[in-house]
Design a protein. Structure first.
Lengths: 121, 107
C-alpha cells in the first residue's frame, strides 16, 4: 500500500525557516517524482513544486510564489523527500501535502495526510 | 502559467440529482485534465484523469468530458458521499495549476 507521511510542520515566526519531510513506503520511491501542494484554510489547492527521479537528474521545478524561498530535495536511501521553506510569510500558513504522481505523468495520485505550517508572531 | 477557471464556485443539489461542473483553461491543454474530490479535513482524491478516464474504484456515476480548453465533470444520481469540493487540474505543463474549486452541498 502506497503511503506518504509528512512531518515537520509547526509554528514559526515570519521570516523564519522550516524543513518538511515526506516519508514514503509501499512503492519504489527512487523511481518516482514527488510533488508538494499546499492549501490554506478554506482556500484552494496550490502546487508548489516537484522533484523528478534520478533517471531524470533530480530536476526541480517551482511555482513562482515559492521560487527563491523554497527548495525541494530527496534522499532515496531514506525514501524521503523534503521541502525547505525560507523567509516565511503569514500567507504561507497552510497544510502542506506531498504527492506521488502516476508514473511518467503530472497526475497527482497518492497524497499524504498533510502537515500544518502556521506562520505567526 | 495556464489559468484554470471553474464554475460555479458552489452549487446546492439534492440526493439523486445530476450536477455538472465546468472548467476552462486559458489555453489549449489537449486532454491533460484531471478532477479531484476533497472532503472536509481530508486530502484530495483523484477521480478522473485524461478528461474522462475514471481512476480505479471511482463510481461510474462520475464522468468527464471536453477537449482543448473546456471541460465538464458530471455527477449523475448524487449520493450522500458525493457532497464535497471538486477541483480541476491541468496536467499539461509545469507549473501545475488547479481551478479554484466548486463546493457541492446538500440542498
Amino acid at each position: 500500500e502506497v503511503q506518504l507521511v509528512e512531518s515537520g510542520g509547526g509554528l514559526v515566526q515570519p521570516g523564519g525557516s522550516l524543513k518538511l519531510s515526506c516519508a514514503a513506503s509501499g512503492f519504489t520511491f527512487s523511481g518516482s517524482a514527488l510533488h508538494w501542494v499546499r492549501q490554506a484554510s478554506g482556500k484552494g489547492l496550490e502546487w508548489l513544486g516537484r522533484i523528478t527521479s534520478q533517471v531524470h537528474n533530480y530536476d526541480t521545478a517551482y511555482a513562482a510564489s515559492m521560487k527563491g524561498r523554497s527548495t525541494i530535495s530527496r534522499d532515496d536511501s531514506k525514501d524521503t523527500a523534503y521541502l525547505q521553506l525560507d523567509s516565511l510569510k503569514t500567507e504561507d500558513t497552510a497544510v502542506y501535502y506531498c504527492v506521488r504522481p502516476i508514473d511518467g505523468t503530472t497526475l497527482l495520485d497518492y497524497w499524504g495526510q498533510g502537515t500544518r505550517v502556521t506562520v505567526s508572531s | 502559467d495556464i489559468q484554470m477557471t471553474q464554475s460555479p464556485s458552489s452549487v446546492s443539489a439534492s440526493i439523486g440529482d445530476r450536477v455538472t461542473i465546468t472548467c476552462r483553461a486559458n489555453q489549449g491543454i489537449s486532454n491533460s485534465l484531471a478532477w479531484f474530490q476533497q472532503k472536509e479535513g481530508r486530502a484530495p482524491k483523484l477521480l478522473i484523469y485524461a478528461v474522462s478516464t475514471l481512476q480505479s474504484g471511482v463510481p461510474s456515476r462520475f464522468s468527464g468530458s471536453g477537449s482543448g480548453t473546456d471541460f465538464i465533470l458530471t455527477i449523475s444520481r448524487l449520493q450522500p458521499e458525493d457532497f464535497a469540493t471538486y477541483y480541476c487540474q491541468q496536467a499539461y505543463s509545469v507549473p501545475i495549476t488547479f481551478g479554484q474549486g466548486t463546493r457541492l452541498d446538500i440542498k
